[in-house]
Design a protein around this ligand. Structure first.
Ligand code: NAD
Length: 295
């Protein structure tokens, strides 16, 4: 069993860290929000007052932070992970961030004598709770082999995408497709309503036809057909519209710097931008159906 420093005990990191505790690891968790640390300690984790207390003596450090700026600060800032951890520590960043920051921080980790992986996830808070996340991992094969048993405690699918940064590339491409696909699914259900086609009937037919998608069969944006989808709980997240907007911005930046075209990605970004600007950033991203319906 390993001693693990876990930084960022939010909606995703909290349940991920708890699953490591349940598996018998010694987990020292920290977060700038003290309430998150208290909840973690109540679940059997060790409360660490700060990054230093979480990291010192840990064989593995896992981070689950909001964005690239937080990751850069937590690893490379004064009193950050790289200044505190011992040589040979395995560093795993599970946050969704831009490829350039992931590669830069990993290079600095290497200079400090540590192996670092970018390992963003798919599967949302339900997957984090259930330990069924999908991990998309970028970094050396040796570091991946070291991390895999630990990631399997928190996830069902653990996939090596390639060198440093490719885990983030996979996540960004995946969520670009998801954002576009959700809007397409919303449009289909809204058109059905106008044409007098029952939503359940569209679901029954289209989920077995070529319009089928995850946005329909797992996360259906209208109430009814998929009882566990956020549409049945007034679009309480799940995965917030603000997070989807963040990921579409990451995709747009990545497309621009790589010289790739993504016209539908740009449109999806502007629609999610409007939805978030309308005060719905904390609603589930499938709630965009209400804006598209003019409700
Ligand atoms: P969250 O805001 O709930 O959690 C982030 C946590 O990091 C917060 O508790 C915050 O207080 C803490 N934090 C911020 N700066 C810190 C610092 N300097 N030191 C210590 N703690 C700090 O966000 P989340 O939903 O858990 O998402 C985390 C990451 O996972 C994001 O990058 C997100 O894009 C990604 N993600 C989220 C989901 C989802 O469904 N929520 C799904 C897949 C990926």
């Amino acid at each position: 069993m390993a001693t693990i420093g876990f930084i960022g005990l939010g909606n995703m990191g909290g349940p991920m860290a708890r699953n490591l505790v349940k598996a018998g690891h010694v987990v020292r968790g920290t977060d700038v929000a003290s309430q998150a640390v208290t909840v973690f300690a109540q679940a059997g984790g060790q409360a660490a007052a700060n990054v230093a207390a979480a990291v010192q003596g840990a064989e593995i450090v896992v981070t689950m932070l909001p964005a690239g700026s937080h990751v850069r600060e937590v690893y490379t800032g004064a009193g950050g992970v790289l200044a505190l951890c011992g040589k040979g520590t395995l560093l795993i960043d599970c946050s969704t961030i831009d490829v350039a920051t992931a590669r830069d921080v990993a290079a600095k980790a290497s200079e400090a004598g540590c192996e670092m992986l970018d390992a963003p996830v798919s599967g949302g808070t339900a997957g984090a709770e259930a330990g069924t996340l999908t991990f998309m991992v970028g970094g050396d094969a040796s570091a991946f082999a070291r991390a895999e048993p630990l990631l399997r405690v928190m996830g069902k699918n653990v996939l090596h995408a390639g060198d440093s940064g490719t885990g983030q590339a996979a996540k960004i491409c995946n969520n670009l497709m998801l954002g576009i696909q959700m809007i397409a699914t919303c449009e289909g259900f809204l058109l059905a309503e106008k044409l007098g086609l029952d939503a359940q009937k569209l679901f029954d037919i289209s989920s077995k036809s070529s319009g089928q998608s995850w946005s329909m069969t797992t996360y259906c944006p209208v109430p009814g057909p998929v009882p566990t989808s956020p549409a049945n709980r007034d679009y309480k997240p799940g995965f917030t519209a603000a997070m989807m907007l963040k990921d579409l911005k990451l995709a747009a930046d990545a497309a621009q710097s790589a010289g790739a075209v993504s016209p539908l990605g740009a449109l999806a970004q502007s629609l999610y931008g409007l939805y978030v600007a309308g005060g719905h950033g904390q609603a589930d991203f499938s709630g965009i159906i209400r804006m598209l319906a003019g409700r």
